[in-house]
Write a protein that binds this ligand. Structure first.
Ligand SMILES: NC(=O)c1ccc[n+]([C@@H]2O[C@H](COP(=O)([O-])OP(=O)(O)OC[C@H]3O[C@@H](n4cnc5c(N)ncnc54)[C@H](OP(=O)(O)O)[C@@H]3O)[C@@H](O)[C@H]2O)c1
Length: 300
């Protein structure tokens, strides 16, 4: 198949694109610099120069492909409109990447007991209302002769398979721990995020391309961990004795920025990937987050 992938030089898109190319598909990938073009070629992806704002480039690339994987941004509506309008009426799959912070509960590092699967009703926080509206807009193309599908990963960990090697939360925690000589979380760190290994997420995209019905939405998760537990593991991995420290929200915001602190590092995002397992037969099997931190790629 011919597959066009946005975010081809990134963590998710690079991993998905590289694996689809390795499986024998012809993969083209959006890149925005000659350096990134070289970086994706190494992984078997033919670069298409352009940005998410280049509607004509996106439309041409989508029309030339059998499948579109949108992994550059969970929020860029202009690119989504250009890509979906280009394939309306074609029946082609459009696999969009969202993120489980859509159901996130801001809690300043406190634990929340709210757990969401694909059927749990929720009201997004003001910070994620636009992302949720974009998801609904994408899925509405099921009535316009496309096969729109949303993959909604939780916290992703592990080393990427393509040009983009690193994710977000765990590298941020490790970098800060190295700087301070001790891991640190925002507030009490009892807040919990579901998580998924990149090695498990990649096959979910392949399954979605093969078998997801039009309008399907899938959380991706295979376990959950509090930020404090992740910090304890980071200290063990780095050989720092003693417990991790609790930063005030102001301290955390000074390190990570206010939005990332409130919606990513100090919030809860607890989801269950019920539908991917039941409908697609997805079977995640990579090692868990704590084990990956203590004995896996982060140690290396
Ligand atoms: N990582 C996670 O744990 C996670 C979990 C759930 C959801 N998500 C969401 O998934 C999306 C991708 O995440 P990621 O971790 O793969 O991010 P990433 O590693 O930063 O990759 C983003 C990719 O998109 C490209 N890109 C960004 N803006 C672009 C633009 N305006 N025009 C063209 N290309 C553009 C980047 O190109 P350059 O290489 O040139 O920068 C890069 O290839 C994000 O929206 C993120 O919020 C991530």
């Amino acid at each position: 198949m011919k597959i066009f992938c946005t975010g081809a030089s990134g963590y998710i898109g690079g991993s998905v694109g590289a694996n689809l190319a390795a499986a024998g598909h012809q993969v083209t990938g959006l890149v925005r610099s000659p350096q990134k073009a070289d970086a994706v070629r190494v992984h078997g992806i033919e670069p298409v120069m352009g940005t998410l704002d280049d509607a004509e480039i996106l439309a041409r690339a989508a029309q030339a492909a059998d499948v579109i994987v949108n992994a550059a941004s969970a929020d860029h509506k202009g690119a989504v409109v250009a890509l979906l309008d280009a394939i309306a009426g074609s029946g082609k799959p459009f696999i969009h990447t969202s993120g489980s912070s859509i159901i996130g509960t801001r809690s300043r590092g406190e634990r929340s007991d709210a757990v969401f699967d694909e059927d749990t009703p929720f009201t997004p926080s003001p910070a994620r209302a636009t992302r949720v509206a974009l998801n609904e807009f994408i899925l509405s193309y099921r009535d316009k002769g496309c096969r729109p599908v949303i993959v909604c990963p939780s916290l992703i960990y592990g080393i990427g398979h393509g040009a983009g090697r690193d994710s977000v939360q765990v590298p941020l925690l490790i970098k800060l721990a190295k700087k301070r000589g001790n891991a640190a979380h925002a507030g009490p760190g009892e807040n919990i995020w579901s998580n998924v290994h990149i090695d498990d997420l990649v096959p979910l995209y392949a399954l979605a391309i093969d078998k997801a019905p039009a309008g399907a939405f899938y959380f991706a998760e295979n376990g959950e961990t509090s930020m404090r537990e992740a910090c304890v593991a980071i200290n063990r991995m780095l050989g720092f004795s003693g417990p991790p420290s609790a930063m005030t929200m102001q301290e955390a915001a000074a390190e990570w920025g206010e939005g990332t602190t409130e919606d990513t590092m100090a919030s809860n995002s607890r989801v269950r990937a019920r539908r991917a397992r039941a409908e697609l037969g997805w079977q995640p099997k990579a090692r868990g987050l704590i084990e990956e931190i203590e004995q896996g790629c982060y140690r290396e």
